[in-house]
Design a protein around this ligand. Structure first.
Ligand SMILES: Cc1cc2nc3c(=O)[nH]c(=O)nc-3n(C[C@H](O)[C@H](O)[C@H](O)COP(=O)(O)O)c2cc1C
Length: 287
């Protein structure tokens, strides 16, 4: 590293439990291609104690934190300190490994970091074992990370089942180099067929000729031109825009909490008939 040169700090988040496996290797390669002097810090997400969200909304109160005593704020502060992020997550049963969702489910508490996380560049590396079995993994990862405010510079799926197998694909070197360069450089082009706003690969078709991105709400009208289907995109989907996220976390959700406090007696009456104590089972304490 040259003296006096700005050193970029990259936080690499590895969602796989497997040591030196496909995602971890690709993440290190991408960091090495970022075109900057860099320092890579790594966190294996399953090493963290991350509890499921309680759904209590306590963290929305002014000056309040999530009441769970785990590593969420450690992770939040590490992210805050990084100049850029690389996430590597394996596909498990067509979706991203559960640890990524466990983290993402804590987004309400992490929304306190929205200003600090906002626009932080990130690249997402997903790995799957079988071509055609990738499912919704990449789209789900993109949506989870957009909720946290990151700027997704590139997101790609790589195929390889055995640890290290991805490296046998001769195209990988070039692809991962492009991903690394995109982190602090120009975002990769969004391929045809993906949502131009959020990069999702999933579309819904609520009526003939209309496609809607279920993640960011981008719409497209499908028109026949010269015997071909042409996608005509409307304005960018708004869900992950700064103002919309801010509104959701700072106004809408707190207003629902206030509504619940005001109407809790009404809701208690509605819920009462469903109260049961006798048919809940818990595993034995000494398994
Ligand atoms: C529990 C489990 C479920 C998996 N489900 C899928 C799947 O649905 N589709 C697929 O293509 N690969 C699946 N795989 C294979 C992994 O995605 C693949 O090995 C990937 O490279 C793992 O990433 P890693 O090497 O970084 O750990 C699964 C692996 C495990 C352990």
């Amino acid at each position: 590293m040259k003296e006096g040169v700005d050193i970029k700090s990259i936080l690499g988040l590895v969602a796989s439990q497997r040591n030196l496996a496909n995602g971890e290797i690709l993440l290190k390669e991408a960091a090495a291609s970022c075109g900057e002097d860099y320092k890579l810090e790594l966190i294996r997400l399953p090493d963290l104690k991350l509890e499921p969200c309680l759904g209590c909304y306590t963290c929305l109160g002014p000056g309040k934190r999530c009441p769970l005593n785990d590593d969420l704020y450690f992770l939040g502060n590490k992210i805050k300190a990084a100049d850029g992020l690389i996430l590597a997550a394996p596909c498990y049963f067509l979706g991203p490994a559960a640890i990524t969702k466990l983290w993402s489910d804590r987004t309400i508490a992490l929304s306190q970091f929205l200003e600090e996380f906002w626009d932080k560049p990130m690249t997402i590396i997903a790995t799957a074992g079988i071509k055609g079995w990738e499912g919704y993994s990449l789209s789900a990862l993109v949506a989870m990370m957009k909720f946290l405010g990151f700027r997704i510079q590139d997101a790609r799926m790589f195929i390889g089942a055995l640890p290290g197998e991805v490296l046998e694909n001769p195209l990988i070197e070039q692809q991962i180099k492009e991903m690394g360069q995109a982190l602090f450089g120009t975002a990769s082009k969004i391929e045809d067929g993906k949502c131009p706003t959020c990069r999702s690969e999933i579309w819904k078709f609520p009526q003939p000729g209309l496609a809607v991105c279920p993640l960011c709400t981008q719409e497209a009208v499908l028109e026949m031109r010269d015997g071909k289907v042409k996608w005509v995109y409307g304005p960018a989907g708004k869900r992950f825009e700064h103002l919309d996220l801010e509104y959701h976390f700072r106004e809408f959700l707190p207003s629902k909490v206030r509504e619940y406090i005001d109407r809790r007696k009404e809701f208690a009456r509605l819920r009462k008939p469903y109260e049961t104590k006798e048919n809940w089972f818990k595993p034995p304490a000494n398994r």
